[in-house]
Design a protein around this ligand. Sequence first.
Ligand SMILES: NC(=O)c1ccc[n+]([C@@H]2O[C@H](COP(=O)([O-])OP(=O)(O)OC[C@H]3O[C@@H](n4cnc5c(N)ncnc54)[C@H](OP(=O)(O)O)[C@@H]3O)[C@@H](O)[C@H]2O)c1
Length: 181
Amino acid sequence: MTSYQRTALITGATGAIGKAIALEIARLPEYRLVLLCRDRHRAAAAASEISSSSGNEFVSYELVDLSSKTSIRALAHRLKDPVHVLVNNAAATSRRRRETSDGIELQFASNVLGYFWMISAFTNQLRAAAPSRVVNVASYWAGDLDLDDLEFRRRLTNLPRERTIQTVFERMEEVLESLAD
Ligand SMILES: NC(=O)c1ccc[n+]([C@@H]2O[C@H](COP(=O)([O-])OP(=O)(O)OC[C@H]3O[C@@H](n4cnc5c(N)ncnc54)[C@H](OP(=O)(O)O)[C@@H]3O)[C@@H](O)[C@H]2O)c1
């Protein structure tokens, strides 16, 4: 017998922002929360911390590699319950260009395709819980998106750390200036 009425899934809950979001959802007593993580130890630690901090005993985790469509499909095959909230939050922020085992640039696979794969794989579960909600967390890091270079073949990713930090600050300044306009 369960005492929750709604199910939320969240990716990247072992990270900074994801854990904060997960904690707020877990504080809502009507929710069961499933953390979707790739590392069993970090997942178990996060689930335990979020459960004890929120008092919600229905916090669990499932393992998935969000840069892999195959792994996401297998996850959706295991989790058949209606899903009321899906938070796509996980992200890879590699400073060097890397590819997944499927040959897709890692950040594009994890931060872009992975979000679409999740929505696609869980469409039936989201429909079953309608009105349901999908929240996609993004970053200003994608701000100067080049549609002709989605897999970062030309983008300068192999920069030294100082240059990367400088680039991030320049982008943050641009965002703040655009907000002030
Ligand atoms: N931090 C910022 O300043 C900032 C600003 C704007 C937007 N954002 C956005 O906010 C979101 C969260 O950022 P954050 O700073 O909290 O990130 P973070 O601390 O680096 O955490 C990233 C999370 O994504 C997970 N992850 C990465 N690749 C994965 C994969 N292939 N499969 C499963 N899980 C994977 C990581 O799991 P592991 O624990 O296994 O590594 C971790 O839980 C991201 O979408 C980011 O773009 C962040």
